[in-house]
Design a protein around this ligand. Structure first.
Ligand code: UDP
Length: 316
C-alpha cells in the first residue's frame, strides 16, 4: 500500500512510519520538522520511504502517487510546543486537514485517519471520558490554539464525510509516551525522566493531584493501525489511550524510584486551563477495533528511561 503520514518524523508518526515500512509498504512523509526530527526515521530503508521536508499547508500534493491511507498526524502536540507555535498549530490542523480532505475528494487518497486528541474534552466535567462527551474547552485560553483547531479538524472531517462520502476515521489520542520524544518536548513523562536521570528537581506544576492516563507509544501505534485498517467504520470517532490513571505526583514518585534518583520534588505554578482529570473510556475501541493497550506503565517507562539515558549520553 501507499501510506501517507503527515508528521511522520515526529514522536508517534515515526513509530507508525517504521511499522508500515517493516510491513513492506511505501511510505510518504510530509513534515516541516517544526517539532519532528529526521533521526527518528533514519532506520527506515531509503527504498521504502519518500520524505518531503515541507509544510502541509503549502506542499504541492500533486507530487504524491495515489494514496491508500493517509494518517494525518502533523501538528505540535506538547503544550509547551503548541503554545510556542500557536499559529502553525492552528493552520496545520485547519488548512492542513482541509487539504488532505480535498485530496480524498479528488480521489488522490482513499482514506484519512485524523489524529485528534483528548484535549477536545478540555477540562472535562465527565470522568472517564467517552466519545459521546462534548467537552469543556475555553476558546480564549492559551491551550485553545490546539484544542479548538483539533475540534475544527474533527468537524470539517465529519462534514466532508457526510457531504462527499469521504472515508474518514478519527482517533482521539490520550497522553502517550515513549522513545522518540524530543529532549525539549516539555511533556510530563519526558520532563520527569530527564530531571530524574540528571538528579535535578522534578517540576510538578500545581499540587500534583491532577491526573493523566499514560499509553505506551507501541500500543498507540497498534491502535492507529487498527483504526486505519478496520473495514466499514468510516465516520467513527474512537478514543485511543491507556485507562491506567495516575496523579502527576504518583508519576513523579514512580520515575524517581525507577531511576534511583536523588531529585527533590519542586512544586511550581500551573498553566491556564490545565485539565484536572483525564482518563479514556476505551470500551468503543475494545468493541470496534478489538484493541486495548498491553504495555504496563512500569515496562513502558523502563524502555523510555533507557532511551533518554542513551540520548543524554550522546550529548556528553
Ligand atoms: N506537568 C508537570 N510538570 C512538568 C510537565 C507537566 O507537573 O514538567 C503536568 C501538567 O501541568 C499536566 C500534566 O503534567 O497537569 C500533563 O502535562 P503534559 O504537558 O504532559 O500534557 P497534557 O496532558 O497537559 O497535554
Amino acid at each position: 500500500m501507499n501510506i501517507l503520514i503527515t508528521g511522520g518524523s515526529g514522536f508517534i508518526g515515526s513509530h507508525l512510519s517504521k511499522l508500515y515500512a517493516q510491513k513492506g509498504n511505501n511510505i510518504f512523509i510530509i513534515d516541516n520538522l517544526l517539532t519532528g526530527n529526521r533521526k527518528n526515521i533514519q532506520s527506515i530503508p531509503s527504498g521504502s520511504l519518500i520524505f518531503f521536508e515541507q509544510d502541509l499547508t503549502t506542499f504541492n500534493l500533486t507530487k504524491l502517487p495515489h494514496i491508500d491511507i493517509c494518517y494525518h498526524l502533523a501538528s505540535p502536540a506538547s503544550p509547551v510546543q503548541y503554545k510556542k507555535h500557536p499559529i502553525e498549530t492552528m493552520r496545520v490542523n485547519s488548512e492542513g486537514t482541509y487539504r488532505i480532505l480535498e485530496l480524498c475528494r479528488n480521489k488522490g487518497c482513499d482514506r484519512m485517519v485524523l489524529t485528534s486528541t483528548s484535549e477536545i474534552y478540555g477540562d472535562p466535567l465527565e470522568h472517564p471520558q467517552k466519545e459521546s462527551y462534548w467537552g469543556n474547552v475555553n476558546t480564549l485560553g492559551d491551550r485553545a490554539c490546539y484544542d479548538e483547531a483539533k475540534r475544527y479538524a474533527e468537524s470539517i472531517s465529519m462534514t466532508y464525510h457526510r457531504s462527499f462520502d469521504i472515508d474518514v476515521r478519527i482517533a482521539r489520542i490520550f497522553n502517550t509516551y515513549g522513545p522518540n520524544m524530543e529532549l525539549n518536548d516539555g511533556r510530563v513523562v519526558s520532563n520527569f525522566i530527564i530531571q530524574a536521570i540528571q538528579n535535578n528537581p522534578i517540576t510538578i506544576y500545581g499540587d500534583g493531584t491532577q491526573t493523566r492516563s499514560f499509553c505506551y507509544v507501541e500500543d498507540m501505534v497498534s491502535g492507529l493501525v487498527a483504526l486505519g485498517e478496520t473495514e466499514d467504520i468510516q465516520g467513527d470517532v474512537i478514543n485511543l489511550g491507556n485507562p491506567d490513571e495516575k496523579t502527576v505526583l504518583e508519576l513523579a514518585e514512580i520515575i524517581k524510584d525507577m531511576t534511583d534518583s536523588t531529585s527533590e520534588i519542586s512544586f511550581e505554578g500551573i498553566g491556564e486551563d490545565d485539565p484536572k482529570k483525564r482518563k479514556p473510556d476505551i470500551s468503543k475501541a475494545q468493541k470496534v477495533l478489538k484493541w486495548e493497550p498491553k504495555v504496563p506503565l512500569d515496562q513502558g517507562l523502563q524502555k523510555t528511561i533507557n532511551y533518554f539515558e542513551s540520548e543524554l549520553n550522546k550529548q556528553n
